[in-house]
Design a protein around this ligand. Structure first.
Ligand SMILES: NC(=O)c1ccc[n+]([C@@H]2O[C@H](COP(=O)([O-])OP(=O)(O)OC[C@H]3O[C@@H](n4cnc5c(N)ncnc54)[C@H](O)[C@@H]3O)[C@@H](O)[C@H]2O)c1
Length: 254
């Protein structure tokens, strides 16, 4: 039990990597609050894990909206009285080059992917400071290091998250650690719209083995295991670090 008695927030925790993180966190003894806009999936996960004896709450929250984030953080404090772990995981993946992207889709990407991490951290960090301890995990991407065609807003947002992580680590030292995870291609529906530009998911998966050198997509639980490590004292000397969990996709030109 690496996270016994801890209280964790997971944004975008209703499905995909976020849901895998919620599952791994409760297995390690944490109580978890999920912030997501997907009400049905969030409530299903809350019910399933509650029936298994875990302490999980889903609260519908749009992480790009100040009032929604403030209300969420207050609800978590009202329920648990503390916040030990913040996993800023929610994001959108809207494909397009700079010329293809409509301005509002650029804004949406920046607001959901980066501004959300600013907002959630802004309202959670004061509670961590009171405890003089905390772990923040921002979800970045292999795209924080390398770009992909026709993914300009997303790539820009993930590059910014890596630098935000380092800036926050400096400002939160020494007691609150801030790191980010940089996954490669993970097997969720997140990449479907971008893959559609390149012949669809199955075609992209065929070519993936050539570049992601573990030869397969990453499973969400594999990223969740990294999140457990960064949330726990196992990573006690790590802060300001982008942790590549990318199946080797950035290792070189395969
Ligand atoms: N899947 C991949 O290959 C991959 C690779 C690198 C990084 N990532 C990152 O991992 C994270 C999770 O991705 P995923 O693959 O699980 O995708 P996903 O689409 O399955 O999950 C994203 C979650 O964020 C939620 N969300 C979106 N907008 C929101 C908003 N305004 N407010 C609250 N919640 C919102 C969605 O409802 C969803 O539950 C993202 O930060 C993504 O950038 C994914």
């Amino acid at each position: 039990m690496m996270l016994q008695a801890k209280v964790a927030i997971v944004t975008g925790g209703a499905q995909g990597i976020g849901a895998a993180i919620v599952r791994r966190f409760v297995e390690e003894g944490a109580r978890v609050a999920i912030a997501d806009i997907l009400v049905e999936k969030g409530e299903q996960l809350e019910q399933e894990l509650t029936e298994q004896g875990h302490d999980v709450v889903f609260i519908r929250t749009d992480v790009s909206q100040t009032e929604s984030v403030k209300a969420f953080v207050q609800s978590v404090i009202d329920r648990y009285g503390q916040i030990d772990i913040l996993c800023n995981n929610a994001a959108v993946n809207i494909p397009g080059s700079v010329e293809e992207l409509e301005e509002e889709l650029w804004d949406k990407t920046i607001n959901v992917n980066i501004k959300s991490q600013f907002l959630m951290s802004k309202y959670v960090l004061p509670h961590m400071r009171k405890q003089a301890k905390g772990a923040v995990i921002n979800m970045a991407s292999a795209n924080s290091f390398v770009a992909e065609p026709r993914l300009a807003a997303y790539v820009a947002s993930k590059g910014a998250i890596m630098q935000l992580t380092k800036a926050m680590a400096l400002d939160c030292a020494p007691n609150i650690r801030v790191n980010c995870i940089c996954p490669g291609w993970v097997d969720t529906t997140f990449n479907d719209a971008h893959a559609a530009l390149y012949g669809g998911r199955e075609k992209v998966l065929e070519g993936l083995a050539n570049v992601q050198i573990i030869g397969r997509p990453i499973q969400p639980v594999e990223i969740a295991n990294v999140a457990v490590f960064l949330a726990s004292d196992l990573s006690s000397c790590m802060t300001g670090v982008p942790v590549l969990a990318d199946g080797g996709i950035t290792a070189g030109i395969a």
